[in-house]
Design a protein around this ligand. Structure first.
Ligand SMILES: Nc1ncnc2c1ncn2[C@@H]1O[C@H](COP(=O)(O)OP(=O)(O)O)[C@@H](O)[C@H]1O
Ligand SMILES: Cc1ncsc1CCOP(=O)(O)O
Ligand SMILES: [Mg+2]
Length: 265
């Protein structure tokens, strides 16, 4: 398996400065828009059924996140993902708390049928999406990421998507090749929206023309490295959240390459 080359990933992303269309949850809309701006992309949060089909055709990538799902928002997600498919706009699914209620699970299942380039979730979410009867603690995982690796491979093969499971170690698989990313910091679990930020960053790399596998590896490695650097500067969640945003802006290709811990799994 050839080692993924992230050497110029950040400069490529910043050169492309992709417009990223987000249909996301109300908790993280601001956080993820700021993360996308900090890394060098251009975010737009657009979710009216009446306009998502037109808007997504202007975008370089689409992020779909079911964190605070409502029926109109789900309808908009179906319109946007179908239009994205027609227009060749790559999109990523974040199945937040997929196993928590039948409504969410059904919604996530309906969306994964519509050919996302990437699915990114925590272990409980990926297990639920794969059909395992698992519990979660709302939006938080009660499983380690390794426990969802087989489920991730299963979803990847069934839907032709790249699947990323995050946790202490992140895994990215296309159903055949699997990579482990051993970056990150526990403090990332003490601030809301870091999983959603991971998803949005992968969306930015998709919008910059990276393959699904490269985009998932780049997005997760960026957040993991930034999390480590932020934790060295900030010891509590409030300042850590600010340090993440600053770190996304300050990170360069050389620092990413020297801190990345990506190995075959
Ligand atoms: N125990 C941990 N140690 C280091 N990094 C972690 C840990 N748990 C999660 N992360 C990182 O936090 C980010 C969000 O992942 P995760 O918490 O799994 O998503 P979610 O917020 O959707 O549950 C990812 O970058 C992941 O690598
Ligand atoms: C707290 C919360 N409730 C519904 S969505 C959301 C944010 C979840 O963010 P993340 O999955 O990144 O932890
Ligand atoms: Mg999440």
């Amino acid at each position: 398996m050839q080692q993924p080359d992230l050497t110029h990933a950040l400069s490529r992303l910043r050169e492309a400065a992709p417009l990223v269309h987000n249909i996301t949850n109300q908790v993280v809309a601001n956080v993820t828009a700021n993360a996308l701006l900090a890394i060098g992309a251009s975010p737009a949060m657009v979710q009216a059924e009446e306009e998502v089909g037109s808007f997504v055709r202007l975008a370089a990538a689409l992020v779909v996140n079911i964190g605070t799902l409502t029926a109109p928002q789900l309808a908009a997600m179906h319109i946007a993902t179908r239009a994205a498919g027609e227009a060749g706009v790559p999109w990523i699914l974040d199945p937040v708390a997929a196993g928590a209620t039948p409504y969410r699970l059904q919604a996530a299942r309906s969306l994964v049928q519509l050919q996302p380039a990437v699915v990114r979730g925590n272990a409980s979410e990926i297990l639920a999406l794969a059909g395992e009867a698992v519990s979660s603690k709302g939006v938080d995982s009660t499983h380690g990421s390794g426990a969802a690796l087989a489920a991730a491979r299963h979803i990847a093969k069934e839907h032709g998507a790249v699947v990323a499971v995050t946790g202490a170690v992140d895994y990215v698989t296309d159903g055949q090749a699997t990579w482990a990313i051993a970056n990150g910091h526990k403090m990332l679990t003490r601030v809301t929206g870091t999983g959603c930020t991971a998803t949005a960053l992968i969306g930015a790399f998709l919008g910059a023309g990276f393959t699904a596998m490269q985009a998932a590896l780049a997005g997760l490695t960026v957040l993991g490295v930034v999390g480590e650097l932020a934790a060295a500067k900030a010891s509590a969640p409030g300042s850590f959240q600010v340090a993440i945003l600053d770190g996304l802006y300050e990170l360069d290709d050389a620092t990413l390459a020297s801190h990345a811990r990506v190995t075959p799994a």
